[in-house]
Design a protein around this ligand. Structure first.
Ligand code: PEP
Ligand code: MN
Length: 260
C-alpha cells in the first residue's frame, strides 16, 4: 500500500489522492508568475512548480534566475497559499532554498548525483525524485534508497520519460514504471507528461494514460504564452489547454471512482 506523503497539515501526495501540479518550466519574472499564480488559484491547484536553477543541455541557454527565482515563487506562494516545488541541482543550495520551497525536486540529470541524494536525505521536507533519462527502474529505486537511508522518508517518484531510439517525442514516456514503482516501493509516483513527450499535443493523452495506470498525480508545464517561453515552450500548455486537461482528468477520476 502506498504511503501518503505529508506536504503540510492539510495536504499530502499519495494514498487515494490524485495531485495535479502545474507551473512553468522556469520562473522568468514576476509578471509571468503572477499570471500563472492567479490562473492556478482559480482552478484550486494547490502545488505550483517553477524552476529557478535550470539544468540546461547548453550552457548558452537560459540558466534560471537562481535565488531571485525562488523569491518570486515565494511571493506567489504567500499571495495564493500554494505549496512550491522547485529543483535544486547543487547540495550547496539546499540550505538557502529551504525557506522558499516546500518540496525539493531532484531532476533527471541528477538522479545519480549521490552527494545530492545524501544531502536530500537529511532535510525535513519532501523530495520529488525524477527518473534519470537513462536509468533503469532498479537504479531509480536504489537512488531513492540513498535519500531514505539518510533519514528522509518523504520521497515521491516522478516518471519523466527515458531516452530510446524513438525521436518523434523528446523522451519515451515509460508509463509501465507506474505500477512497478507502486508494487516495488511504498512511495507515490507522479508522471511528468511534459518532459515525457516534449510535445504539447501529447500531454493530455499521456496524462489520461498515467491516471489509468495508477499514477498518484501529474506535473505539467504551463505558460501564459508558450511561444515566448524561455525554456520548453513546445511542451508547455497555455491556460485554456491546461484547463481542458484539468477538467478532463477530473471527470475521468470521478468516473473511475463511480465504477469502483
Ligand atoms: C524540470 O522538471 O524542470 C526538468 C528539468 O525536468 P527533467 O529533470 O525531468 O528533465
Ligand atoms: Mn522543462
Amino acid at each position: 500500500m502506498t504511503e501518503k506523503i505529508k506536504i503540510d497539515d492539510g495536504l499530502s501526495i499519495g494514498g487515494e489522492e490524485f495531485t495535479i501540479i502545474a507551473g512553468p518550466c522556469a520562473v522568468e519574472d514576476e509578471e509571468q508568475m503572477e499570471s500563472i499564480g492567479r490562473f492556478l488559484n482559480r482552478l484550486e491547484v494547490k502545488i505550483i512548480r517553477g524552476g529557478a536553477f535550470k539544468p540546461r543541455t547548453s550552457p548558452k541557454d537560459f540558466q534560471g534566475l537562481g535565488v531571485d527565482g525562488l523569491k518570486i515563487l515565494y511571493h506567489i506562494k504567500k499571495k495564493y497559499n500554494f505549496k512550491v516545488i522547485s529543483e535544486i541541482m547543487d547540495p550547496r543550495d539546499i540550505e538557502e532554498a529551504y525557506e522558499y520551497i516546500d518540496i525539493y525536486q531532484i531532476g533527471s540529470r541528477n538522479m545519480q548525483n549521490y552527494s545530492l541524494l545524501k544531502e536530500m536525505g537529511k532535510v525535513d521536507k519532501p523530495v520529488l525524485l525524477k527518473r534519470g533519462m537513462s536509468a533503469t527502474i532498479d537504479e531509480w529505486i536504489k537512488a531513492s534508497e540513498y535519500i531514505r537511508l539518510k533519514g528522509n522518508e518523504r520521497i515521491i517518484f516522478c516518471e519523466r520519460g527515458i531516452r530510446t531510439f524513438e525521436n518523434y517525442t523528446r523522451n519515451t514516456l515509460d508509463l509501465i514504471s507506474v505500477p512497478i514503482i507502486r508494487s516495488e516501493t511504498k512511495y507515490p509516483i507522479l508522471v511528468d507528461p511534459s518532459h515525457g513527450t516534449g510535445r504539447r499535443e501529447l500531454v493530455l493523452p499521456a496524462s489520461k494514460a498515467a491516471l489509468a495506470l495508477g499514477a498518484h498525480g501529474l506535473m505539467i508545464e504551463i505558460h501564459p504564452e508558450p511561444e515566448k517561453a524561455l525554456s520548453d515552450g513546445a511542451q508547455s500548455l497555455n491556460f485554456s489547454q491546461f484547463e481542458i486537461l484539468f477538467n478532463e482528468i477530473n471527470s475521468m477520476i470521478k468516473a473511475l471512482k463511480a465504477n469502483m
